[in-house]
Design a protein around this ligand. Structure first.
Ligand code: AP5
Length: 218
């Protein structure tokens, strides 16, 4: 399956993607995680991305599209993938359509995670991620690690993302409403959007998403 996950910052895209990708045996491709890996490795791409991410703005399309295409062209993504955080504006969605068309494949579904804004602010404020792997995500109240400050999965140190401060979060939400939300209508016109209410336990949201994908197949 080829799936896009969309939703505001803090909606739970990364959290759900980890479970859905495992259930569906497809790789989880997060452009945010790819940028953060480049930042921690000190690459030129990371340095370029950081200046935008720290302000909560989108990294320019030409950089993002090239990085996403490169990752989607790797062998493990040949049979499908779950995209998290890409595309993030209509230009990226059009570029993705072109990439897929050139390979003779298409998207199967776009899962739109729906969460009220006051909840996403709470989720972001309490989020802690692992220094070793930013896809290892916890929350100080909703998804506590067994030992405070330590990743349950690999033992790495948990920290708060640099862009999870109040001012940057405000900009990220604004960027989401103005630039990312229009892709929902873009994909709705293609009949691909499935809205998933994303309040409730992580496992309940995963079940809703899996049920929606199954009924979409049938
Ligand atoms: P990115 O890393 O993609 O961040 P984001 O979209 O802002 O999304 P988040 O990672 O903040 O949230 P999430 O929805 O994954 O939530 P999570 O699962 O962690 O992008 C960061 C930056 O990179 C962008 O601002 C931009 O600069 C750049 N970038 C990335 N992609 C780009 C692109 N395509 N083009 C240009 N620039 C790009 O969950 C949040 C918290 O809630 C966690 O603590 C979790 O434990 C908790 N939680 C999750 N589910 C639940 C639940 N059901 N109940 C209670 N708590 C929950």
């Amino acid at each position: 399956m080829r799936i896009v996950l969309v939703g505001p910052p803090g909606a739970g895209k990364g959290t759900q993607a980890a479970y859905l990708a495992k259930n569906l045996s497809i790789p989880h491709i997060s452009t945010g995680d790819l940028f953060r890996a480049n930042i921690s490795q000190g690459t030129d791409l990371g340095k370029q991305a950081r200046s935008y991410m720290d302000k909560g703005q989108l990294v320019p399309d030409e950089v993002t599209n090239a990085m996403a295409e490169d990752r989607m062209s790797q062998a493990d993504a040949a049979g499908g993938f779950l995209l998290d955080g890409f595309p993030r504006n209509v230009g990226q969605a059009e570029a993705l359509d072109e990439m897929l068309k050139s390979k003779g494949v298409a998207l199967d579904a776009v899962l739109d995670l729906e969460v009220p804004e006051d909840e996403v602010v709470k989720r972001i404020a309490g989020r802690r991620i692992c220094r070793n792997d930013s896809s290892h995500v916890f929350h100080v109240a909703y998804n506590q690690p067994e030992t405070e400050g330590v990743c349950d999965i690999c033992g790495g140190e948990l920290y708060q993302r640099d862009d999870d401060n109040e001012e940057t979060v405000r900009t990220r939400l604004e960027v989401y409403h103005t630039q990312t939300e229009p892709i929902i209508d873009y994909y709705r016109e293609q009949g691909l959007v499935v809205t998933i209410p994303a309040l409730g336990k992580v496992t309940e949201v995963t079940e809703r998403a899996m049920a929606a994908l199954k009924s979409d197949e049938g």
